[in-house]
Design a binder for this molecule. Structure first.
Ligand code: XMP
Ligand code: MG
Length: 183
């Protein structure tokens, strides 16, 4: 789905398809410089990270494994509840593995902080995070994120995997919604 298919639901385009892909390629190069000699396991958090995973993974100049986890921390609204529950756990035993969490967005950081602690307790050799977007002003906990695509303002964004009430994930760009969508 392209921006012109959004009718008047989209208020602004924050990142075009090209900007997203260019930045993911840069992140992939950076990551590969650090992981080329390691057997890296990319860990995606469903469902928002689906698009980032697909494009980031293909931008890597070498092979990497992938696994997925699903947690609930958001309802259909726009604010983090802080309550995290595992809906689908990993298939992989990450003991002694080099794990790289692939995220779409870090908002309050509460979800990722919980996931990181949970994964650390399983004894990985290393655990780092790559995220396409981060909202520094919204941070409620400090998280050490090694690879960040873009820092953005504390605004709700949709597209490229990010949803509002499960809609707009298939939008190719990332943008903000018009106020009438929320009411
Ligand atoms: P926290 O606040 O725990 O939230 O860091 C992380 C998860 O919340 C979702 N999220 C968003 N989803 N637009 C979205 O479509 C946003 O602006 C947004 N901010 C947070 C997302 O699933 C993320 O993984
Ligand atoms: Mg997410």
């Amino acid at each position: 789905m392209d921006a012109e298919h959004m009718g008047d639901d989209l208020a602004t385009v924050m990142f075009t398809e090209e900007q997203i892909q260019d930045r993911l390629r840069e992140l992939a190069e950076q990551v590969w410089a650090d992981y080329h000699d390691k057997d890296v396991l990319l860990l995606g958090v469903l469902k928002g990270a689906v698009m980032v995973m697909a494009d980031f993974m293909r931008a890597l100049p070498g092979s990497a494994e992938m696994d997925w986890m699903a947690v609930s921390s958001y309802g259909s609204g726009t604010k983090s509840s802080g309550v995290v529950r595992i809906l689908k756990d990993l298939d992989t035993d990450i003991t002694g593995r080099h794990v790289l969490i692939v995220e779409d967005i870090i908002d309050s950081g509460l979800t990722l902080s919980w996931i990181s602690a949970n994964l650390r307790s399983r004894g990985p050799a290393s655990l780092e995070i790559v995220t396409l977007l981060r909202k520094p002003e919204a941070a409620k906990v400090e998280i050490d994120v090694r690879y960040v695509g873009f820092d953005i303002a504390d605004e709700f964004v949709v597209g490229y995997g990010l949803d509002y009430a499960e809609k707009y994930r298939n939008l190719r760009v990332i943008g903000t919604l018009a106020p009438h969508v929320y009411s």
